[in-house]
Design a protein around this ligand. Structure first.
Ligand SMILES: [Zn+2]
Length: 439
């Protein structure tokens, strides 16, 4: 990673993929950004290459199962190792396809837009549903900061949105740790949380494409991907703020727009939504939950299933939400233990959460300055629809977050309602014009 490192692509390929042929996979946009440089560098290092595969730039390449199979067939026919030149979609498609043919690949990043470069797993739409497909990470990554800084600023804003969620996601992990559900791995924690503050420190510089700011963001994203790889799950990098995005992604929201609604824009809005919620949460006293009266109202598995089904009208999402929620469901005995533990850990946990979090107004300011989405109206989502997302987000993944704690404590509706009532974060926040690439 660094300014001017594109010309080290060939040497990197030779070091990590010795003796192999190369095939560059790009689209017209990413080819224009870095294709010739990569090709030249491979040639200079004496690497034999196939004719590059360059997909059309319009419409934007869509990372679905059909695309993965196309690239898999290309790789199967050549025996070459892929050099992915691009950002989120191209990298994910090449990662999945390379894994299918059991071949390592090299990733050349053209934008600081995702943390997935260095991560295991790819975000692929399979039979119409956005999914995380298990597959190996690239053998090496080349991150030329000058190329990435010259990418359209909406891509950098997207990367900040994706990285920003590590703040409330860290809080969710602390909650899960304190309740004995999923322990924090502090070495992995440091990989993600360590570079985070520097990475988001200069939103104006990021928007302008300043090299230093883009390098800090890129470092945060690459480390976050490595943390996912080390930990073996996305827990270090993904909490309830990501669940907002998963919900929109599974609905296919914004997929058919001229510039499809990006992962990081949705995650950035989810980050703001969760930081606003946490502000209320750290002000309430969960150490005084009335365990007995909560247990009287504790749902049966059938009642809990009915709640989830009512929240998820789309059949394809409903099915996976019912499954995820059933995994988290606690029978009454375990519920008693959980509620008592929430009571016990809350005073100290609340203190630690307050240290981890950032005020929602600050989150909004950073999103606004970098040019990311900071109000649901910018993507055509009403406040009422956003309110529903808080409840849907609790259902779609088995991963435990503060939304689950509030649901278990019987206060989720109350807390969410406060956000939209007079004095609440979302109340009276004026709508903003629809986002366009020019804004
Ligand atoms: Zn993400």
């Amino acid at each position: 990673m660094g300014v001017g490192v594109l010309d080290q692509t060939g040497a990197t390929f030779a070091e990590y993929l010795p003796g192999m042929r190369a095939v560059i996979i790009a689209d017209e946009n990413t080819w224009a950004a870095a294709g010739a440089g990569v090709q030249e560098s491979l040639r200079a290092a004496g690497i034999d290459s196939d004719e590059p595969v360059v997909f059309p730039g319009q419409p934007v390449l869509f990372a679905d199962d059909a695309m993965v199979l196309r690239v898999r067939d290309i790789l199967a026919a050549t025996g070459a190792a892929a050099v992915s030149v691009g950002s989120g979609s191209i990298n994910d498609v090449v990662k999945n396809a390379s894994d299918m043919v059991g071949r390592p690949y090299l990733s050349v990043c053209t934008a600081a837009s995702v943390d997935g470069y260095t991560a295991e797993g790819a975000a692929i739409t399979v039979r119409g549903v956005k999914s995380t497909v298990t597959c190996r990470a690239p053998i090496a990554v080349v991150a030329p900061i000058d190329v990435m800084a010259a990418a359209p600023s909406r891509l950098t804003a997207t990367g900040l949105g994706d990285l920003f969620e590590k703040i409330p996601a860290g809080a969710d992990w602390l909650v899960s740790d304190a309740l004995g559900i999923e322990a924090v791995d502090w070495d992995v924690w440091d990989l993600v949380q360590g570079p985070l503050q520097d990475a988001i420190a200069d939103p104006d510089g990021l928007r302008r494409g300043d090299l230093e700011a883009v390098e800090a963001l890129s470092e945060g994203l690459q480390m976050s991907g490595l943390a996912i790889q080390v930990h073996g799950t996305s827990r270090p990098a993904s909490g309830a703020g990501h669940h907002f995005s998963h919900q929109w992604e599974m609905e296919g929201y914004g997929r058919d727009w001229a510039i499809p609604l990006s992962h990081g824009f949705k995650v950035g809005l989810g980050t703001l939504a969760m930081c606003a919620l946490y502000e209320i949460v750290i002000g309430i006293d969960l150490s005084s939950i009335d365990v007995e009266s909560r247990l009287v109202a504790w749902p049966t598995p059938a009642q809990d299933r009915a709640r989830v089904e009512a929240l998820q009208p789309a059949p394809i999402i409903r099915e996976s939400a019912v499954r995820a929620s059933a995994e988290k469901y606690l029978p009454p005995d375990a519920a008693r233990e959980r509620l008592e533990r929430i009571r016990r850990v809350w005073p100290e946990l609340r203190f630690r959460l307050a240290q981890q979090l950032m005020p929602a107004s600050e989150v909004e300011d950073i999103l606004r300055r970098v040019g990311a989405i900071h109000h649901p109206s910018q993507i055509g989502v009403s406040l009422e629809q956003l309110r529903t997302k808080y409840f849907q987000a609790q259902t779609i993944r088995a991963r435990y977050t503060i939304l689950d704690t509030l649901e278990e404590a019987g206060v989720l509706t109350d807390v969410v309602d406060r956000l939209f009532a007079p004095g609440g974060y979302w109340y009276g926040r004026s709508p903003e014009p629809r986002w366009t690439d020019a804004s």
